[in-house]
Ligand binder design. Structure first.
Ligand code: NAD
Length: 255
């Protein structure tokens, strides 16, 4: 699903807003960054990988974007990234934090180093990005959008560190939404199975694919379908939505 023309069509505008998107190299983050760019935002695209292709896609339509390399688990790197956003596009109006990793492994084969890595990137990264974003939004207002998962509400065998990290993200969302209401809204995207490198649909066994597709919608979601919700949550139309995990999941969970 491609993002169509949006600016000027009276639907959702984030025109001129200063927006950070993390994980902007990846499937969901790149779609989010492009969708915000098409809706008139100025987008800083952050990832541990090179986001030049995402930035080029946005700027070739005349929209404004820049690239920064960021390790979301590092306080120094996150602070540099937020400073860059402030210097290039202004203090943050919205932050959409999509960076994350996943490992599949039975519990009894999981080394503690792997648990620590998943928690460092998915949970500590969310804490650092959210804290730095809220610092810039204090006294002005803004939108913080983290990324949990449908697994932020349920369990999944052989993914316990990932599942724990995504439950943790919901804890940040619920606490910060209370601490910073009403000026700053804090919500989480909770995608179900979305066709990206992380899901790795191409390499799935038939049995695993069947399991993933055993949801009411009967298909994988697209990154663009997640990006549409991310845009809505970052716009003024979502001013009364805070402390929520929003499912974009084809009905995979109904919490
Ligand atoms: N794809 C799905 O089915 C699905 C389902 C539920 C939740 N999610 C969540 O959505 C988010 C985006 O996932 P995706 O499917 O686009 O995956 P993806 O692998 O395509 O993208 C993740 C991005 O995060 C970046 N990243 C990893 N470690 C980083 C670090 N330390 N610092 C900065 N960037 C880092 C990667 O380079 C990559 O570009 C993740 O938080 C993921 O947990 C995905």
């Amino acid at each position: 699903m491609e993002c169509g023309p949006r600016r000027g069509d009276g639907v959702i505008s984030v025109s001129g807003k200063s927006v950070l998107v993390t994980g902007a190299f990846g499937g969901i983050g790149a779609a989010v960054a492009k969708t915000y760019g098409a809706a008139g935002a100025q987008v800083l695209c952050a990832d541990i990988k090179d986001t030049a292709a995402t930035v080029e896609h946005i700027t070739k339509s005349g929209d404004r974007a820049a690239s920064v390399q960021c390790d979301v688990s590092s306080p120094e790197s996150v602070n540099e990234t937020m400073e860059r956003l402030a210097n290039v596009f202004g203090l943050a109006d919205a932050v959409v934090h999509c960076a994350g990793i996943i490992h599949e492994r039975p519990l009894l084969e999981t080394p503690i180093e792997e648990f620590d890595q998943v928690i460092a990137i998915n949970l500590r990264g969310s804490f650092l990005i959210g804290q730095a974003a809220i610092l810039q939004m204090s006294g002005r207002g803004g939108k913080v959008i983290l990324t949990s998962s449908d697994l932020g509400y349920s369990g999944r065998e052989t993914f316990s560190p990932y599942v724990a990290s995504k439950h943790g993200v919901m804890g940040l969302v619920r606490s910060w939404s209370k601490e910073f209401a009403p000026q700053i809204t804090v919500n989480a995207l909770c995608p179900g199975p979305i066709d990206t490198d992380m899901l790795g649909a191409e390499q799935m066994t038939d049995e695993w694919r069947r399991k993933e597709l055993d949801i009411p919608a009967g298909r994988f979601g697209t990154p663009q379908e997640v990006a549409e919700m991310a845009l809505f949550l970052g716009s003024d139309r979502a001013n009364f939505i805070t402390g929520q995990g929003i499912g974009i999941n084809g009905g995979s969970v109904m919490p």
